[in-house]
Design a binder for this molecule. Structure first.
Ligand code: HEM
Length: 420
């Protein structure tokens, strides 16, 4: 058994709990590859944070995610300063979305919308995803050969797909975009809005979403429609209407998790293609199978969800490191997705790789991403259409990454292009 002190880092220079290190992903991956090699289970003692252990190996992230008997999500499944957790508890305002629920509460709530996200149901929506993708390709054409692909295309495209199934009117989409960025990107100075700090920004965004979705609930209860908002508004758990808090958090998780993630996979995927022109050339007129593999490689490469936490129900040992009961581990999905023991030449972006489907970008186990089918289809659809029509495409400026240790990726991608 390893002496725990050997596997300790004070703050690990903020690699896992601060926003700034995520602005330079090449540097982040270089440093974490070294940690994965030397200290795959790393105890971090960061200022203002109770200790946590980072799981950097695919094997460990996989095993803990699948063992929901011994590892719980709890209301604090996203890493933040202890004071923030305490404030949430004192205010009685703790998150209760699917990711924070455990055991029967989790499965019974997931059951409310599960049918909407099954492969057959998502396949049924393919014509609509095609239409929306066509609209955004047309927008690229109309922009005359230059755009910020992340801001102008990837963000609104992925937002529109999810808002379309939700039943949120198009006129409300810019507000939804702003509020989602307020939740996921609050650590990034660009997304602070008028708020003084990240906590204030998150709280403001959550309060606005609550008000919006309360009005939506009233509307969909009075007049149910064929949309996801009506399913959530009228959802029952164990034969009773869903609780108010759980319903609101349900709306929030689907609205927010549903697009920033996918949009970062698309913008970051294109950024990687532009940096690797040989890979980009392989996608011109590629067949469906090749596009499927390429989309998975974009999702592996970008891994937009940077972590979730799990809490041990009893003392345990992982990779020779002791974790006490109640101890928490950080599942480092970006690190797991570059694990040399699982992926051949993991630091190489390769749209033809056959092991990309071992990605952990969507997690695994009972909390496996509800929207994975949508995300994959959105990427495949857009990449397929883009590379069937594009002639030239190149960077027109320097890309930049958002600064968040939770959900982040390429936020600006200036490109220049011509269509055939
Ligand atoms: C590339 C895009 C996406 C990525 C990388 C991603 C990633 C993730 C991850 C890592 C989890 C947690 C898995 C775990 O704990 O094992 C998750 C859960 C979830 N995702 Fe996604 N996601 C994406 C797209 C979407 C979309 C499009 C939606 C909605 C339409 C969505 C909705 C959710 C929900 C509701 C959960 C909670 C599931 C649960 O706890 O049972 N996600 N996602």
């Amino acid at each position: 058994m390893t002496d725990i002190a050997d596997a300790t880092a004070t703050g690990a220079d903020g690699l896992f709990h601060l926003g700034a290190p995520w602005a330079d992903m090449d540097a982040w991956h270089d440093r974490v590859a070294e940690i994965r090699r030397t200290t795959p289970v790393l105890r971090v003692d960061a200022p203002e944070h109770a200790p946590f252990w980072v799981l950097t190996r695919h094997e460990d992230v996989f095993a803990v995610s699948r063992d929901d008997g011994h590892w719980k999500n709890t209301s604090f499944s996203v890493l933040g300063p202890d004071a923030g957790y305490r404030e949430m508890e004192l205010s009685g305002f703790v998150p209760r979305s699917l990711v924070q629920l455990d055991d029967h509460e989790h499965t019974s709530h997931r059951h409310v919308t599960n049918d909407w996200f099954k492969p057959a149901a998502v396949k049924h929506r393919q014509p609509r995803i095609d239409e929306i993708a066509d609209h955004f390709i047309a927008k690229m054409r109309a922009m005359g050969g230059e755009c910020d692909f992340a801001d102008d295309i990837a963000q609104p495209y992925t937002l529109h797909v999810i808002m379309d199934i939700y039943g949120v009117p198009e006129s409300d989409e810019p507000m939804m975009m702003d509020l989602t960025q307020g939740i996921f990107g609050a650590n990034d100075p660009e997304y602070l809005g008028g708020a003084e700090n990240a906590d204030q920004r998150v709280l403001g965004a959550v309060m606005s979403l609550i008000q919006y979705f309360n009005e939506m609930t009233t509307d969909r209860r009075a007049c149910p429609r064929d949309d996801l908002a009506s399913v959530i508004a009228n959802g029952e758990v164990d034969g009773c209407p869903m609780g108010d808090a759980e319903r609101l958090w349900y709306y929030i998780i689907v609205a927010t998790a549903g697009h920033d993630t996918t949009s970062f996979a698309l913008s970051g995927g294109l950024e990687a293609l532009l940096r690797n022109p040989d890979q980009l050339d392989r996608l011109r007129h590629a067949d469906e199978d090749a596009i499927v593999r390429a989309a998975d490689e974009c999702i592996r490469w970008t891994t937009p969800v940077r972590h979730f936490l799990r809490y041990a129900t009893e003392p345990t040992t992982i990779g020779g490191v002791d974790i006490p009961a109640g101890g928490r581990v950080l599942l480092s999905y970006p690190s797991a997705n570059r694990d040399e023991d699982v992926f051949v030449d993991p630091m190489r972006f390769d749209v033809t790789r056959t092991d990309a489907d071992r990605l952990l970008s969507f997690g695994v186990g009972t909390h496996f991403c509800l929207g994975a089918q949508f995300a994959r289809r959105e990427l495949r659809t857009f990449l397929g259409k883009l590379f069937a029509q594009i002639d030239t495409i190149e960077l027109a400026g320097t890309p930049s990454w958002s600064e968040s240790h939770f959900v982040s990726g390429v936020k600006h991608l200036p490109i220049r292009y011509t269509f055939r």
